[in-house]
Design a protein around this ligand. Structure first.
Ligand SMILES: Cc1cc2nc3c(=O)[nH]c(=O)nc-3n(C[C@H](O)[C@H](O)[C@H](O)COP(=O)(O)OP(=O)(O)OC[C@H]3O[C@@H](n4cnc5c(N)ncnc54)[C@H](O)[C@@H]3O)c2cc1C
Length: 511
């Protein structure tokens, strides 16, 4: 790379000959100035000078990567201070990575988990990041190529947890299918959630995370053989369709009906489903239908997109990347073999499925909160107000400390529950962990609430601006409430936790 002295750069100080130094690199901005979103004028003011401090007061470091074509050389015998981490690397910012990952002793994580985390992060940094930047704000669904690449790396299957479905698959970092556990899975959820939780990340087949498990755990053999491979490869997409316009929290009240034809070979399905994640682009719908009266009249049915199935996009506070849909089933003919589990046994399937969904949501939310905390730490260190960095203000340090303490408390509980899951069968998890997971999810969404609130205050105006330094904070605060409602509202989660505890409350316990 060509080298210049600072004196040489200083000569290029006019609008028609405009060079600047940023972090020891020399940029020629002459032709770019008119396209500068912050106006050409501000660039004219720093022409020929070292604009490093002004640059980092207003821009994220990714901007330097975006405009690397404008670099014409470097300052002789100086090296950049900023190290842009290569894909797959871990952040050195305090609390930006979970404590266990940073060579601290842990009762839970092994070398296998650490290798796995680095490999999944590398995959996400190289495959997801470019797509996320391009698509998320445009509201387009993730590129099919990306969904297929996730399939090629067997990451769709891995995000569905440990089990027989992984047998014979080649996993990243050489992790053997038989050693893959819920910690590996949690790490995959965490890594995927680094790219816009509830927005872009939701579009990455998150409908499959909740729509496929009923097929895997309760589906008939033919369904597992024919449908699952197409899902794992990314060729086909699936979603979970339970909620209806009139029935969200009270799942037992769903109305979408499936009536058997006189020949007994088919169901005719009529009804609507609301807010179905990935619904706009799914090929299959794992659908809760009413086949009889009361809670024992609910069944789960695999419905393939076809005649009578229509989906419409719902505009949420997130982006359309999630493919959130209003689904209408109108006289849809479904073979009776498409029942998942037993006819009338749908409620149990739904409840078992919720546990895994809620636990995975916590993994993603912790990762999202961690990214926000990392951004806040960086911002508070580089942003100068009243002549000194924000971090020098005790009130700002208190806010940061509050966020860290809340996050690490939730992370610890979630790791303990994850460990318990590694020691329990799916049935035992359903029986014993529904209450604790409900309470954990509640605790987690209270934590993200505090993180979002504090982060907005630390970032100021940039936290409510969709582009620029605070774009991650803006997205996080905008969609923060999703977790408090989806997969079970906070009030319902807390109530579930206490009701489950009441079931094992000893009859002879007295004060
Ligand atoms: C973006 C998005 C994506 C979604 N994705 C899916 C999906 O993929 N598949 C799917 O099936 N569903 C999905 N849902 C639906 C979601 O699970 C429901 O929104 C959720 O279960 C709550 O239902 P509701 O919105 O109808 O709220 P309601 O049931 O109307 O409840 C409203 C509020 O009342 C309170 N409340 C309810 N019951 C109680 C109670 N017993 N005690 C105290 N307070 C209570 C809570 O505060 C709750 O927030 C999604 C929703 C959204 C917004």
């Amino acid at each position: 790379m060509k080298e210049y002295s600072r004196q040489e750069v200083a000569k290029h100080n006019k609008p028609d000959d405009l060079w600047v130094i940023i972090d020891a690199q020399v940029y020629n901005l002459t032709d770019f100035a008119d396209a500068h979103p912050g106006s050409a004028l501000v660039l004219h003011k720093v022409a020929g000078t070292d604009a490093t401090e002004q640059f980092f007061a207003l821009h994220r470091h990714e901007i330097l990567r975006k405009y690397s074509r404008l670099v014409i050389g470097k300052i002789a015998s100086e090296s950049p201070l900023l190290s842009i981490p290569p894909p797959g690397s871990f952040s050195k910012v305090p609390y930006a990575e979970s404590l266990a990952i940073l060579d601290k002793p842990s009762p839970f994580y092994t070398q296998s988990h650490l290798k796995w985390k680095a490999a999944v992060r590398h995959f996400c940094d190289t495959v997801l990041a470019p797509d996320a930047e391009q698509y998320s704000n445009l509201g387009k669904i993730p590129d099919k190529e990306v969904l297929l690449k996730i399939g090629s790396a067997n990451l769709h299957a891995c995000r569905l947890g440990p089990g027989d479905h992984l047998k014979g698959l080649t996993l990243l970092a050489g992790v053997k299918p038989e050693e893959f556990d819920y910690f590996h899975e949690a790490i995959a959820h965490e890594e995927f959630s680094r790219y816009g939780i509830y927005c872009y990340a939701e579009g990455l087949a998150s409908g499959m995370m909740i729509g496929a498990p009923p097929v895997m755990k309760f589906g008939p053999a033919w369904m597992k053989q024919q449908v699952l491979p197409k899902l794992f490869s990314g060729e086909k997409m699936i979603c979970l369709a339970i909620t209806e316009p009139g029935h969200g929290s009270d799942v037992a009240g769903i109305q979408c009906e499936a009536v058997k034809t006189p020949c007994g070979k088919f169901f005719i399905v009529n009804g609507t489903k609301k807010w179905i994640t990935n619904g706009t682009f799914s090929d299959y719908f794992t659908t809760a239908v009413r086949t009889g009266k009361g809670p024992t009249g609910i069944s789960m049915l695999l419905i393939e997109r076809g005649e009578g199935v229509t989906t419409e996009s719902i505009k949420t506070s997130g982006t359309a990347t999630a493919g959130t849909a209003y689904v209408t089933f109108e006289n849809v003919k479904v073979p009776v073999e498409n029942i998942i589990g037993k006819e009338g046994g749908g409620f149990a399937v739904i409840m078992a499925n919720f546990n895994h969904e809620r636990w995975a949501m916590v993994a993603g939310a912790c990762a999202g909160a961690r990214l926000v905390i990392e951004d806040c730490f960086k911002w508070a260190s580089q942003r100068k107000v009243f002549g000194k960095p924000l971090i020098e203000q005790p009130v700002i340090r208190f806010k940061l400390g509050q966020m860290i303490a809340e996050l690490e408390a939730v992370q610890s509980w979630y790791e303990i529950i994850t460990y318990q899951m590694t020691k329990m069968s799916y049935k035992e998890q359903t029986q014993q962990l529904a209450g604790p997971i409900g309470l954990l999810k509640y605790r987690c969404t209270r934590m993200t609430n505090l993180v979002a609130d504090n982060a907005v205050q630390i970032f100021g105006g940039r936290a409510i601006t969709r582009t620029g330094m605070g774009r991650r904070i803006e997205e996080f605060q905008r969609v923060n409430k999703f977790g408090a409602i989806l997969g079970g509202a906070e009030e319902v989660m807390v109530d579930l936790g206490v009701r489950q505890a009441m079931k094992v409350f000893p009859k002879d316990a007295r004060l």
